[in-house]
Ligand binder design. Sequence first.
Ligand code: DP6
Length: 336
Amino acid sequence: MSEVLKATAIGPSNIAFTKYWGQLDSVLVLANNDSISMTLGTCVARTTVCFSSEYGEDRVTLGFMGGEDVDVVGSKSARVVAQLDRLREMAGVDLKARVLSHTSFPEGAGIASSAAGFSALTLAASEALDLEFGRKELSIQTRLAGSGSACRSVYGGFVRWRAGETSETSCAEQIAPADHWQLRDIVAVVSKGEKKVSSLGGHRLAPTSPHYARRLELMPERNDRVQEAILTRDIEKLGVVTEEDAVDLHVMAMTSNPPVYYWNEGSVRLMREVREWRGEGVPCYFTFDAGPNAHIICEKGYEEEVVQRVKSLEVASSVLVNEPGEGSRVTLDHLF
Ligand code: DP6
């Protein structure tokens, strides 16, 4: 009789207010600094993992909203298979797997698809393999998949990744649940192209910036300000640090050797506009990951206003609205 172990999980993306940039250890995926994010409600991946004695090899298939399912090979599937291998070894299981993952957002939308994908993959695979990780262990195991920021997606709402110094101490924890604050992340997609330099490349280059050491000195205080702003629901306090840290990350990239420019004309336009909108009484603030697409943070009451303003600029091919969401979770709604 054939042996089948199957589970499905939903993994959310997240947007960082203070960014993970640069690694203490690239094998263990340890960050140089703490980072704080909001888990996203709309931008999620649903992933089904099935281990079966019927399969002769691992197969990984991805589907983005509006696109077809495509089998991934080479470096894209290597990270997935490496994570499956780690978990299979822990469980003492030797079965090949089929992985199908669907994301709720378009490919290359500047949303951390890897945070969504790897948090869903790790939970689905560990559930199928009966590994019974608690949340802290799940965060650690998700981090070890290689996408460090994914360890924050294990928790819902507002989350801090404690950088730690060892694998056992480097994991996320929840600062406040999703219903603590009706914040919005409005994503203005100004480029759908693939990133020219991956986040991994960016982490490696970070220490080559002459400003990087100063950034690391500033991070503890920045993280404390963000945490306090979240706990007291202070949008201005949160927004000011969020912009500061996003610009800082891009300064690191633009001054590293070789330099990396992630912003395009649309990104810069949005930065200028968001600052003007504030002058006109709309409390909204921008942030960027390692890419050109702007994430605009505001409270629920200004959502419509900000979406309208972004659309009227005609620089964004799409605008995605996210509320704070739940962390990675198991579902019985399998994709196959
Ligand atoms: C700029 O190494 O987690 O988004 O694997 O591409 O998700 P991916 O990247 P990862 O680095 C994320 C870098 C960042 C900042 C952040 O999310 O903290």
